[in-house]
Design a protein around this ligand. Structure first.
Ligand code: ADP
Length: 297
């Protein structure tokens, strides 16, 4: 659960300030990605945990309300995972994340392997303990299910996890943190030495796709007026996983995911801003037509 306080100026240590507004917003990377994928038309099952508190009840209801199957979501003793966010008038923020229930997801439980085996793709991110992420990735690998990993929050990735990752989707900051290369094309080359396919997202500049043994492909983002880019990456990867899970070609899937993310940045909020399948398809089609006519010129 995101606990967001809006203030003119963030307090320094030892200081108290009066805020303007407070909101609780269901969030978490995994939940945002699950909601994005469900809104994009995917049949989504989420494996994870909420706490035995009021937030847990609300988080579960928010997922179910978005059409996510929550039978793999356990309720752990104690608090739900929370992010304590201070946003100042300049749009700057400071965040404390307390993992809470997420810290308990260190292994798969009864039924999880079957859930993964039945999936078209397994979407992973790092707001769960590495042991839990790895257990999921290994189960997917054992059943031939494609794994898509967002390496966020950025941290070193164990070789075992890389070996079980089919598609890595960092943003440019995460790509730089993983490789030490600030240039996305150089980071791409370094990452392709570790995993077979990589998408580096580049904000308004779109994304760069690379596969081993082929030249990287740049995909432009639709030009839109962005009002809130929160969860743009989660929307992108959620839609991407749905398209890939449906067996659509990578180039088409990337165009479709870019359309989904472009729609989300035009609206405020995280999961509330995520587009529905028909909207995504409409913008993706429009963008593809524009691209084609530009090709002719
Ligand atoms: P994150 O949200 O993880 O930091 P990015 O900022 O790279 O990731 O955004 C993810 C994707 O969202 C981009 O690849 C792009 O397709 C889309 N996106 C982000 N910002 C914009 C924008 N201003 N206009 C259009 N698309 C955007």
């Amino acid at each position: 659960m995101d606990l967001v306080a809006y203030v003119a100026k963030a307090p320094r240590l030892g200081e108290t300030v009066t805020g303007r507004e407070f909101r609780t917003v269901p969030g978490g990377k995994g939940a945002n990605q699950a909601v994005a994928a469900a809104r994009a038309g995917g049949a989504v099952t989420m494996i994870g945990a909420v706490g035995a508190d009021e937030f847990g009840v609300r988080l579960r209801a928010a997922l179910a309300g978005a059409g996510v199957d929550t039978t793999g979501l356990r309720t752990a003793e104690g608090a739900s995972g929370t992010a304590h966010i201070v946003v100042d008038d300049e749009g700057g923020n400071a965040i404390v994340v307390v993992p809470g229930a997420n810290a308990t997801v260190t292994a798969l439980e009864a039924g999880d392997e079957a859930r993964i085996a039945a999936a078209g793709a397994l979407l992973l991110q790092l707001e769960l303990p590495m042991a839990g992420v790895l257990a999921g990735a290994l189960a997917a690998r054992a059943h031939g299910v494609r794994t898509v990993l967002t390496p966020a929050p950025a941290q070193p990735l164990p070789a075992e996890l890389l070996a079980a990752t089919d598609l890595l989707v960092p943003n440019e900051h995460e790509a730089a943190a993983l490789t030490g290369c600030p240039d996305p094309r150089e980071a791409m080359a370094a990452l392709l030495a570790r995993v077979p396919e990589v998408v580096i997202t580049l904000g308004a500049a779109g994304c760069l796709y690379g596969a081993r043994g082929a030249a990287p492909v740049a995909v432009a983002a639709p030009r839109v007026r962005a009002v809130d880019t929160t969860a743009a990456g989660d929307t992108f990867v959620g839609a991407l996983a749905v398209a890939l899970g449906e067996g659509r070609p990578v180039r088409e899937a990337l165009g479709w995911a870019s359309a989904a993310a472009a729609l989300s940045v035009q609206r405020p909020g995280a999961s509330a801003s995520m587009p529905l399948r028909d909207e995504i398809t409409a913008l993706a089609t429009e963008t593809a037509i524009t691209l084609r006519s530009t090709d002719h010129e």
